[in-house]
Design a protein around this ligand. Structure first.
Ligand SMILES: *Cc1c(COP(=O)(O)O)cnc(C)c1O
Length: 357
């Protein structure tokens, strides 16, 4: 049976993807040189549509990388001499922390239990911290951090840099870029595209830090260090031969979402999330994993399934809906339902119908 993929990532592609691929083929986008004017036009278009969609200020740089995981490494390499500080409440925020460990920095962390948010009251960030790292939406657990808590921290520590992982919350998330220094995403989640492209958004402070570390003799990486990325980006190029397929399709999808209107997308996302949480809150045995309503993600809904989730996953599959299992240790006791912009109310109603029968 044909499946709709309500999986956290990779996920369901937008229905329009085949037509955009056709268009790219007709225009030879996937054959042209990455040093050509035509390629520069593609990059320019994608950056401008993405800037519009996510409301990214003109003075923030947009760079294309291989993945969000790469973005974590580049951010640490370019902006941390010794001390980053990480808010860890699941697998992806832990990966960010671990990246700093593996790059031989001395990161510190504040940990919250899986499925819970952080206690932001009386929070102290160590004096020596250079960069504070947040994961807006912990895809592994379905916990979303209120951005206002992050902005408060920026107010309290204006001299520290803030990096925000928005991989599974974009484009739904309304990020105020004046209150953070950097964010990043990859395209196989909320953008409903084939995997293999990361996007990094940084301000001049991040760039200056990178230049400063380089002058101090630290290793900031090679072709994807910030100065190298900027040099090419200013010409709408990339240091290496990039994923032009992903860059082209991202521009098309951002344009489609801009035409639809980001406010509509946000309202629809919230409505579908509400449908799911309302259903599971009143279900006899399947319950939302995240108990605190304020911490519940709108884009990845985790549900506890006491009698083993693989049974439920197969049942949904037989009805044309593929959902994710729980992450790692929760593999067989939870399901995770992605609620990204390409998902519609019919998909949600189908899930509710199947689980109720
Ligand atoms: C999926 C995910 C990542 C990793 O993305 P890749 O494209 O696989 O590198 C990082 N952070 C979060 C929150 C994610 O959901």
């Amino acid at each position: 049976m044909n499946q709709r993929y309500l999986t956290p990532g990779p996920t369901q592609l937008f229905d329009s993807i085949p037509s955009y691929i056709q268009e790219g083929l007709q225009k030879d986008v996937f054959s042209i040189s990455h040093r050509s004017k035509d390629f520069e036009e593609v990059v320019k278009y994608t950056k401008s549509e993405l800037r519009k969609l996510l409301n990214i200020p003109d003075d923030y740089h947009i760079f294309f990388l291989g993945s969000a995981t790469e973005a974590m490494e580049r951010i640490i390499e370019n902006c941390v001499e010794k001390h980053s500080f990480h808010f860890v409440n699941g697998a992806f925020s832990k990966r960010f922390y671990q990246t700093a460990v593996e790059l031989k920095k001395s990161p510190q962390k504040l940990e919250a239990e899986f499925g819970q948010g952080f206690d932001f009251s009386n929070l102290q960030i160590p004096e020596e911290t250079e960069l504070i790292c947040f994961t807006h939406n912990e895809t592994s657990t379905g916990v979303m951090t209120d951005l206002n808590n992050i902005y408060e921290i920026k107010k309290k520590y204006p001299d520290k840099l803030i990096a925000l992982d928005i991989v599974s919350s974009a484009p739904y998330a309304t990020v105020d870029y004046s209150q953070i220094d950097c964010s990043f995403l990859s395209i196989q989640k909320g953008f409903g595209l084939p995997a293999g492209l990361g996007v990094l958004i940084i301000n001049q402070k991040m760039m200056d830090k990178s230049i400063q570390l380089n002058e101090k003799g630290l290793n900031i990486g090679t072709y994807h260090n910030f100065p190298s990325l900027l040099k090419k980006s200013e010409k709408n190029q990339t240091p290496e031969t990039p994923n032009v397929f992903g860059i082209f399709l991202l521009g098309k999808i951002c344009n489609e979402l801009n035409e639809k209107g980001i406010e509509t997308i946000r309202a629809e996302t919230e409505k579908r999330a509400e449908m799911l949480y309302t259903y599971f809150d009143s279900h006899q045995s399947y319950k939302p994993f995240v108990k605190d309503k304020e911490s519940r993600s709108k884009t990845v809904i985790s549900v506890e399934i006491p009698e083993r989730s693989p049974v439920i996953i197969s049942k949904l599959k037989e009805n044309g809906i593929t959902v994710g299992g729980g992450y790692k240790q929760f593999k067989e006791t939870q399901i995770r339902i992605a609620n990204y912009p390409m998902i519609n109310e019919e998909d949600i109603n189908k899930i509710i119908e199947v689980l109720s029968s």
